[in-house]
Design a binder for this molecule. Structure first.
Ligand SMILES: O=C(O)CCC(=O)C(=O)O
Length: 301
């Protein structure tokens, strides 16, 4: 049993925490199977390449239940030190899917790049649906206290010649010159159903999948309600997980419908109208590229 004080202390010291068991392994297998079935019905081009890989919790009820579960929310609230009067928001969620023996990788980067969250009270939680190990291309983190950390310079490459095996939308990469000032990276090994958390300032990456199984995880992006998105032309939408949302609304966040509203009229294998609308709204940057990249700093379409 993990003590939440230990989670908070380790997270503050190293910028990440793992592993936390948030689902029995058989349930994680079940979610993966249900995503496969969702894919057959709604994304025959492949879920990993479809818009549904973003904010999947707004269209898949099982994913919604996981992201709003006590196991997830309590650990995130402890790491972000969410006080009794503050709100906790899930402002994005995306699937990171590497097929077996895929050369795809994620270069060294910080999630904070381009977010302009002030104060930077935000983190990414990553839930493994399949084994995420050194061999399968699991996350690697550079331990560093997040307090006082800053966003380092990243090289960006969106040219036609960019390395398409890099899964990041901008191929954003911190140079090895910058990395040598930091401690060596640590591998994060996760069994299906286990979660890691990293602060938006934590430097992390992942290597190609050299295993025989797909390596699939759900990345959940959380922020405290006192976080304001600076200089955004379009406000982000977010799912309220703790608190009454007053602080979040005052900081410009738009609140998505609750799970009850989203999935009220959901029949087997069917996405509700509200759920589709919420997904479109949360992905408005896809339909309205005016705000392009404003919430897609981490993964490519
Ligand atoms: O899944 C991966 O390999 C990388 C995920 C990542 O960089 C993130 O969730 O912030």
């Amino acid at each position: 049993m993990i003590r939440l004080q230990d989670v908070a202390a380790t997270f503050a010291r190293t910028g990440f925490f793992a592993p936390i068991s948030v689902l029995p392994p058989s349930d994680a297998d079940g979610v993966f199977a249900s995503l496969r079935s969702f894919e057959r019905t709604h994304a025959p081009e492949g879920l990993r390449n479809s818009n549904y890989r973003y904010n999947t919790h707004l269209v898949d009820q099982e994913v919604h239940q996981i992201v709003t579960s006590r196991e997830v929310v309590d650990s995130v609230a402890a790491a972000l030190d969410v006080g009794p009067a503050a709100s906790l928001l899930l402002w994005s969620c995306d699937l990171f899917w590497k097929d077996a023996h895929s050369p795809e990788y994620v270069s060294w980067h910080q999630d904070a790049l381009g977010l302009n969250f002030e104060p930077p009270h935000a983190l990414t939680a990553w839930i493994a649906l399949t084994p995420s190990t050194h061999e399968s291309g699991g996350l690697e983190m550079i331990p560093h206290p997040f307090d006082g950390a800053s966003v380092l310079s990243h090289a960006i490459d969106t040219s036609a010649e960019r390395d398409t095996n890099n899964m990041l939308s901008l191929n954003q990469t911190i140079s090895s010159e910058h990395l040598k000032d930091f401690a060596p990276p640590e591998h994060v090994n996760l069994e299906p159903g286990q979660m890691s958390m990293h602060h938006i300032h934590t430097i992390h990456s992942s290597r190609p999948n050299c295993s025989d199984l797909p390596r699939v995880g759900i990345a959940l992006r959380f922020a405290r309600g006192d976080v304001r998105q600076m200089g955004k032309s379009v406000n982000e939408t977010a799912t309220l997980l703790l608190g009454d949302g007053t602080d979040a609304i005052a900081n410009g966040w738009l609140l998505e419908p609750t799970g009850e509203e989203l999935f009220r009229d959901t029949g087997a294998g069917c996405i509700s109208e509200a759920s589709q609308q919420a997904h479109l709204q949360a992905n408005q940057w896809i339909v309205n590229p005016q705000g392009s990249h404003y919430h897609d700093t981490d993964s490519k379409m």
